[in-house]
Design a protein around this ligand. Structure first.
Ligand code: SF4
Ligand code: SF4
Length: 289
């Protein structure tokens, strides 16, 4: 929850690395004179699981939650859209902060749980140099050096981060995929599909159940029933779908009859000159209309 994120190079070079059993002294409670200061003017990037937890806690659809509580700035340098928690345009405060603290505390995002710990990982990790934690120290936060001693492991457990890490694993793998190293930008339909599958889960559910999706893909009955009602299962399925649609991995199976029809259609299109590279991906991306 930094108003200005530290430079990744300086984290790797300058910040002391903390392992799971390293400790720090920190206090954060309503008695602190800085209580709530860190919930103002911050850039909090949300994960798909963060969105799922918050929209469910607020009883909103994912579309409503995204519209009301998030922004999704998208610059030319970005390959994929990021979703950030919206701040009040006048006060610059998080829309969930109250005099008594965070109004969605049991469902607060991963970044809010982790603070004041950060996580970093070199681009090419080695057995000696991999993922590590570091301590973020800002003048506005008076909790450092106060209260009790925490090991990194204890903090992570106390803040309920493990469940978020577990649920975020498939998304992390998606984000770290070598596919993103390519120069080519995603097409608008692919960006839209990525946003929907990662964050707008209720819309993604309609895409699965209200289009020809289940006529095209072999999804076993137990999974169909699970994704109909369970958001966590649906999110896991959405990650598989993105790997299939964007990376062209065999994470989903097209029904043999559909595959055969596609083969015939592609052959006919190639003969007529419509089968240019990328056309298949574009057709898939457009198929959620
Ligand atoms: S979600 Fe809660 S903890 Fe996070 S910035 Fe907003 S009020 Fe603070
Ligand atoms: S101690 Fe730090 S984290 Fe806790 S309320 Fe104060 S500024 Fe926020």
């Amino acid at each position: 929850m930094l108003d200005e994120a530290p430079n990744p190079r300086s984290i790797l070079d300058d910040y002391p690395r903390l392992g799971p059993d390293d400790s720090f002294t920190f206090r954060c409670d309503k008695g602190m004179d800085c209580f709530g200061c860190c919930c103002r003017d911050v850039s909090i990037v949300l994960t798909p699981y963060d969105v799922l937890r918050m929209k469910r806690a607020l009883g909103l659809s994912s579309t409503e939650f995204l519209e009301k509580y998030t922004i999704s700035p998208f610059t030319k340098e970005q390959k994929i859209p990021a979703v950030l928690l919206k701040m009040d345009p006048e006060t610059r405060r998080c829309l969930f902060v109250t005099g008594g603290g965070c109004s969605i505390y049991p469902h607060r995002p991963w970044a809010c749980r982790m603070y004041p710990l950060g996580v970093a990982e070199p681009q090419n990790p080695t057995p000696d140099e991999g993922r590590f934690h570091f301590l973020m120290k800002e003048d506005l936060c008076h909790g450092h050096g106060e209260g009790r001693k925490w090991t990194v492991r204890e903090w992570i457990e106390d803040q309920g981060v493990e469940q978020y890490d577990m649920m975020g694993q498939a998304f992390k793998e998606l984000m770290l995929h070598r596919f993103w190293d390519r120069e080519q930008e995603l097409k608008p339909a692919e960006i839209e599909m990525y946003y929907m599958a990662c964050y707008d889960l209720d819309r993604f559910r309609r895409f699965v159940f209200e289009t020809k999706f289940l006529e095209m893909f072999d999804v076993d009955e137990a999974r169909v029933e699970a994704i109909r009602t369970n958001d966590v299962e649906l999110l896991e399925f959405a990650m598989l779908w993105l790997r299939f649609a964007l990376f062209q991995e065999k994470t989903l199976r097209i029904k043999p009859s559909v595959a055969e029809a596609w083969r015939r259609r592609t052959a006919a299109q190639e003969q007529s000159g419509e089968g240019a590279p990328g056309a298949r991906q574009e057709r898939l991306a457009n198929s959620h209309g």
